[in-house]
Write a protein that binds this ligand. Structure first.
Ligand code: SAM
Length: 261
């Protein structure tokens, strides 16, 4: 992503600063309470548990979990993402959480009962040290939430149209499992379906979103061409255009810590 779009900033932080509002808005559409990952987190925690959310972003899991545990630490390098988390924590009156503005690789945090990370690992240049640190951070459980499909399954036809070739598939949970195995960790995996609630109120908003995902330049010609394609590509009624996928598969990867070799 950094190579294809050098102006967008590092995906470890600055990239997310300019996308924080949009990310928060799209997360507001998802029903976190019904999310299989949150349900799993609730099953492995209780009122006296401590947890760490690595790459917490705008905090959908931190905030939902904080209500039922003793303390949550939210680590993320993006100040804009964490600012939204802090604002929402104030609104909810949640005082049992701490934010740490840092990449996980550089963060200094105390050990907790449960360490988890949702949709972050594929953005990390070197997965091994990241996972080893996650393993060392937890006393009882480590959980990852990762896509179980390549985003290009959706974007590929558009990618081919603009770039003239298919895109190399991005990493998925299978790559995470391979790295975990190298570290001596045999994790439990459950593939779940999560609702894809993203809606676009206007075609222009869809163009902004997909132009970003396709790494296209923000010029009138490119935007007009993309709008023309998306007009046919996106189902849904005017005012609520949506992706062709109603649900997407994701994987919950879980293990007991202390296994990393
Ligand atoms: C796709 S968002 C996921 C946010 C949240 N976990 C969720 O599921 O809604 C990815 C987040 O990972 C953060 N991130 C990227 N690289 C990171 C790293 N090396 N350590 C910790 N967080 C990182 C980004 O700043 C961003 O907020």
């Amino acid at each position: 992503m950094e190579r294809l779009s050098p102006a967008a900033g590092s995906v470890s932080g600055t990239y997310w600063d300019s996308r924080a509002d949009r990310y928060a808005a799209s997360m507001k559409l998802t029903n976190t309470d019904r999310d299989p990952f949150l349900r799993r987190l609730r099953r492995v925690t209780h009122a006296s548990s401590t947890a760490i959310d690595v790459g917490a972003g705008t905090g959908r899991f931190t905030l939902a979990l904080a209500a039922g545990v003793d303390h949550v630490t939210a680590v993320d390098p993006s100040t804009a993402m964490l600012a939204i988390l802090q604002r929402d924590a104030r609104r909810l009156g949640a005082t049992n959480l701490t934010t740490v503005t840092s990449t996980w690789e550089q963060a200094r945090t105390a050990q907790v009962d449960v360490a988890f990370s949702a949709f972050v690992l594929t953005l990390v240049p070197d997965a091994g040290p990241f996972l080893r640190k996650l393993d060392a951070a937890a006393r009882h459980h480590v959980l990852l939430y990762l896509g179980a499909y390549s985003a290009d399954a959706v974007l590929d036809p558009l990618w081919r149209h603009f770039h003239g070739a298919s895109r190399a598939p991005g990493p998925s949970f299978l790559d995470a499992l391979a790295v975990l195995r190298e570290l001596g960790i045999d994790a439990r995996v459950d593939v779940v379906e999560i609702a894809n609630q993203r809606r676009f109120a206007t075609l222009d908003l869809a163009v902004d979103y997909y132009r970003d995902g396709l790494f296209l330049s923000d010029t009138p010609d490119v935007s007009a061409e993309l709008a023309e394609l998306l007009r046919y590509w996106l189902p849904g009624r005017t005012g609520a255009l949506r992706s062709p996928l109603r649900t997407v598969p994701a994987a919950i990867v879980q293990w007991k810590p202390g296994l990393a070799s």
